[in-house]
Write a protein that binds this ligand. Sequence first.
Ligand SMILES: NC(=O)c1ccc[n+]([C@@H]2O[C@H](COP(=O)([O-])OP(=O)(O)OC[C@H]3O[C@@H](n4cnc5c(N)ncnc54)[C@H](O)[C@@H]3O)[C@@H](O)[C@H]2O)c1
Length: 285
Amino acid sequence: MHNNWLALESDVCVITGAVGGMGTEIAREFAKQKARLVLIDLDKEKCQQFAQALNDEFGIQAIGIGCNTTLEIEVDAAVAKVKETFGRCDVLVNTAAILRFCPLEDLPLEEWNQTINVNMTGYFLMSQRFGRLMITQQSGRMVHIATVAAHTPETYSGAYSATKAAIAMLSKQIAAEWGQFGIRSNAICPCFVKTPLSKKFYEDKAVEQGRTRMIASRRIGETKDIANAVLYLASKRADYTNGSELVVDGGYEVMLGDLVPRPGGRRQFAIEQHTAAQLAKTNKQ
Ligand SMILES: NC(=O)c1ccc[n+]([C@@H]2O[C@H](COP(=O)([O-])OP(=O)(O)OC[C@H]3O[C@@H](n4cnc5c(N)ncnc54)[C@H](O)[C@@H]3O)[C@@H](O)[C@H]2O)c1
């Protein structure tokens, strides 16, 4: 594979949630490709420090912007800063989201609304405002981080699943409305990935082992697994991929049937049944 396979060099890539677990890795992978970066998250100082660190390490041009993606005024200010600094935006990666735990019957309306605000409205606002710039350019690529919980409910997590299902659909709507302007929009559905958002799940080794057994590839995902998929969808290599959902889950979604218990375990059960059938056949002959 030649070095410039993804051809992302100098592309201006805006990443939200850029100092979170997944965002950090996504930013680093774009930096390795010599893209120009706009790192967006709530903490301005952290964003700027991370941008500086990437500039130093990779010799690129990255800037950090403190921006709450749910606030129109801050998103518009971020767009203005990107226009002023780079004059364009080639890639938008929506990553900034929150996950709060609560049984539905106890969920305060405020928490329901907060999750909708960050996970849905934030993705919409960023897409709309940077999308307008992409429409002017007649080119752009968007990658929205959803989750497999967009397909099956993430129980006791309030609006999380509902917002992610909505994002998967919003991504398709963007593709359908803006494909004619040279814009592509795709969503990624990760499953288990160790990050600050999910670290509570891995403090107990038994829980980690239980989770690992649910994955066909028998390992918990790494941030790099998701970053690789983001880069591909953002690149020219995915030029004809528009409105799609890429499930990056190590085969979690295909495991439901395999998780249904059979006496002695499914594989062992099958071996025993098969052996018994063979034996019966041989005895008959
Ligand atoms: N970690 C997992 O197992 C997992 C699995 C599937 C999907 N995801 C999705 O991946 C994405 C990243 O998750 P993560 O694990 O890196 O989470 P994380 O908590 O480590 O990072 C999220 C980042 O978003 C930022 N953020 C939150 N609200 C914001 C706002 N209003 N404006 C700007 N920034 C804001 C946070 O400050 C944080 O840095 C999320 O969309 C999440 O739903 C995560």
